[in-house]
Design a protein around this ligand. Structure first.
Ligand code: KG4
Ligand code: ZN
Length: 359
């Protein structure tokens, strides 16, 4: 009987470990016992973005201490752990390898079952970890520095990708535009804060439209769950045009009022995310809507989604910040889900930069 899972996450620039246990309550199946994150943001800030080689070296330096801290915070030792869950992908392969190698070695040494977890399944399950089981079917937007993905969750542990960004992730767009404005890295939280002091109609930035007929084909390289074309189109995002429009506007108008610019940029990003999320939810008959990933910390995104949900009679779930940015509690939760449905992974699974989500 699996009761306590040690989760390990090293897919990007956070070294994280956590202990999550089962509760026995089918409506709120999991509880966080400990959740430790060592962030490398300060290290990468100097470079204005994540440097993969530095990230993997830092994971090597931090992983033992972070796992020890997660066990200590849970007041247990390894004897109190029944299984290990680790992020196997997608992400930076050198970073993923640190967590996967560590987890496999620990599992082999202790004779523990191990389960490889898809990072985005982790983000989706952060919602259940915080709020209990969602009314299904649910439509979940995972929005971070690396992803802008829309999933349908028709059944527990079944994640179907409906659409994703064709180019930049929403958080990446925030980070790039913040850099243009000289606001540092990561830019999302700063722009969010400044936006509160600005007018969101001050700068005429364009909403994304896929107008050219040849661009209306949904991308072929996305593994869709066989959704109709109109749904796939509804679930696609693009933020590179907004970035280009921002560059052009800033070039043409030397001195801009930064809070106005941030508020206007934020209006376009958030309106796009909320409109598409709810359009897909309505079209697929969702009974709830979720938003997860680092950008779900955005105040306007939370507020607008809640208002829209109330208007449309759809419950909206967003995790607290501690579970929305990369963490290992969500990986342990997704590991529990996967163990429940499919049992442990064979020890020959490997880190995979472009892992696609599976059921
Ligand atoms: O999930 P996360 O911690 O890391 C991954 O990218 O996987 O997300 C980080 C991203 C960054 O791009 C950051 O700028 C963005 O989330 N972000 C925000 C906010 N807080 C973090 N973007 C907009 N508004 C925020 N409040
Ligand atoms: Zn993430």
């Amino acid at each position: 009987m699996i009761h306590r899972v040690l989760g390990i996450e090293t897919s990007c620039d956070e070294t994280a470990a956590a202990v999550v246990q089962t509760t026995g309550d089918p409506l709120r199946p999991w509880a966080v016992v400990s959740n430790v994150v060592s962030s490398q943001t300060e290290i990468h800030r100097e470079w204005g973005g994540i440097v993969p080689e530095i990230a993997s070296r830092q994971h090597v330096a931090d992983i033992c201490g972070v796992v020890e801290a997660a066990l200590a915070e849970a007041s247990i030792d390894l004897a109190g752990i029944d299984a290990i869950a680790v992020t196997e992908g997608p992400g930076l392969v050198g970073s993923l390898l640190v967590g996967v190698s560590f987890a496999k070695a620990l599992a082999a040494a202790r004779g523990l079952p191990i389960v490889g977890v898809h990072h985005l399944a982790g983000h989706i399950e952060s919602l259940t970890l915080e709020h209990g089981e969602l009314p299904l079917p649910a439509v979940v937007l995972v929005v971070s520095g690396g992803h802008t993905n829309l999933y349908l969750v028709p059944a527990r542990g079944d994640y179907q990708l409906v659409g994703q960004t064709r180019d930049d992730a929403a958080g990446e767009a925030y980070d790039k535009v913040a850099r243009l404005l000289g606001l540092g890295y990561p830019g999302g939280p700063v722009m969010d804060r400044l936006a509160a002091e600005g007018r969101d109609d001050a700068v005429p930035l364009p909403m994304t439209r896929f107008t050219r007929p040849d661009r209306n084909e949904a991308s072929a390289d996305i593994q869709h769950g066989g959704f109709p074309d109109d749904v796939k189109r509804m679930a696609e995002f693009s933020f590179s045009g907004l970035k280009t429009a921002s560059v052009r506007y800033l070039e043409q108008h030397g001195a801009v009022h930064i809070p106005d610019f941030c508020a206007s940029f934020q209006r376009v990003v958030v309106t796009t995310l909320v409109d598409r999320l709810f359009a897909v939810a309505e079209r697929l008959g969702a009974r709830s809507v979720g938003i997860a990933g680092g950008v779900s910390a955005n105040r306007r995104l939370r507020a607008d989604a809640l208002v829209r949900g109330q208007r449309e009679g759809l419950p909206v779930f967003v995790p607290p910040v501690s579970l929305s940015t990369d963490n290992a509690a969500m990986i342990a939760a997704a590991g529990l889900r996967r163990l429940d449905r499919r049992g442990p992974s064979a020890l020959d699974f490997n880190a995979s930069a472009n892992l696609s989500i599976s059921r």
